[in-house]
Design a protein around this ligand. Sequence first.
Ligand code: SF4
Length: 363
Amino acid sequence: MTPREVSALRRRLLAWYDREHRRLPWRGARNPYRIWVSEVMLQQTRVETAIAYYRRFLERFPTVARLAAAQPEEVLKAWEGLGYYARARNLHRAARALVERHGGRLPPEPEAFRTLPGVGDYTAAAVYSIAFGRPLAAVDGNVRRVLARLLALGLAVDSAAGGRRIRETAERLLDRDRPGDFNQALMELGALVCTPRRPACPGCPLRALCRAGRSGTAAHYPRKAPARPVPTVPVAVGVIFKDGRVLVTRRPEAGLLGGLWEFPGGKIEPGEAPLEACRRELAEETGLAVEGLEPLGIVRHAYSHLRVVIHAFRCRFAAGRVRLRSAAAHRWVSPARLGELALPQATRRLLPLLGAKGKTGAR
Ligand code: SF4
């Protein structure tokens, strides 16, 4: 793109953004903490879903200091349903680090912010360009798609060379006078016009400058490396009743769904029947002997990198003391109060099954 074309692109994109951008609760805010929270939420979540969570989260934790002072469990509970819980744990840890090291404020330099848990190049660039006007290009999935189409990029955007090309282009195009608006404008164009499946090229403000748009080949971009198949993992879990309460265990902080509560269980080994797997896992995971194992239901859930099929059973406590193998903590909870805990989505989906069968299960 020539310097003249770059100027035209900035002008057209910003004029379109000024006219067409959605009025979202975090737009127009200059409060860096609020912008940061919105950027973290939006990384894996649709705007429509994030709005209600964003409002509730900020009502509960209106400042870095309030977030830092919260218990991890409270933060996870406020995040429940948004998924990708590492985002919430890291946000919380980062808030604590900000209170310890920077008096509860974001540091003046993005490099210092970048060292906090969960803060990557994208988050640092988005927050510092929007809140502080720093000339940093923020490259997310929307931006990658728009730029790949503008260039008609033959390289896969998820390859090292493709990623470099996208980043260089984003930095070259960035409007130095309005970097925050420019970043948001590219993302907004990707969300509203240059969408993944149906790019609206005829009405796009960048069409005259866009190689894919002009040649009618937008659907061919962005190119991606072939996806790896997503494995399916069969899992057996047991809802153990004892005196009208059920056992839940808390996952270790580190790792997938860290800090959330779930029913004990684990992977079904090849060739193993779900019921046998459940009996074995309960003994190994909790140290308890159980009786009366019977099927409760099956729940399927997809994560970004794997799918799980959960075979749930209910049973009665028979003997033993809880001795956890890999969980961090345990509780005996009345089924009616399970909903108050921070639970993974898949576990939450088991609750109606439990409610329907709770009476007979609580023998
Ligand atoms: Fe995307 Fe089409 Fe606009 Fe190009 S012209 S940026 S492909 S919507």
